[in-house]
Design a protein around this ligand. Sequence first.
Ligand SMILES: [Zn+2]
Length: 233
Amino acid sequence: MIPELKVPYLKESDIEHAAMELLRRYSTWKGAAARPPIDVDNIVEGYFGLDLAFIDLTELLGMPDVLGATFLKEKRVFIEQSLDLEGKEGRLAFTLAHESGHWYMHRPLIEAERVVAPLFSTSEIPEQPAIVCRSSQKKARAEWQADLFAACLLMPSADVRATMKALCGDKAPTWERVEERRKKRELDERLRDLAAEVIERGRFTNVSNEAMRYRLLDLNLVIDASNPQRSLL
Ligand SMILES: [Zn+2]
């Protein structure tokens, strides 16, 4: 069994800053500002220099729901092959951005042996990844951090805000029951339509509608009518 990666607490703003720092470094390396759609393939293979492969991870690791696996010493990232199919572009880009988060935020901690990742270090077992990402494992802190990093990388706050401003002007849409529906995980049709417009207008073409809906809520760009602090964009 692959042990959970234990990482220190990070504030959401720390994670956002880390993703922005990576985008700046990547832009410098590339010689052009990275704009949506963020070419996360090129970040992984070009900037990080990782060996990227699509394989049947369930078969390789003998466990279900695996989306990605990172081998630190070998500089290799395996992505579940079923994500490399038409219609899965959003999930694929998100998984690559998530693995980028582990590589950028967590690998230095593991290498400094400041986190518990027993499979790494001198005893890393060949053909056993240090980091395994499963869809059923979202609550682990390292996984949550990598998911937020992925959202910040693919949907930079400044780009999402600028797109919303172009679409909605200075006032954020304020709707009834936004928070309630979010908690119940009910799909809000207005939010889905708005996310689709933001994706199209802002060229976030490798982002799923679901990921954009959460990003709009997290950035407080859609506000619940009960919230007295109706911020402007
Ligand atoms: Zn992960």
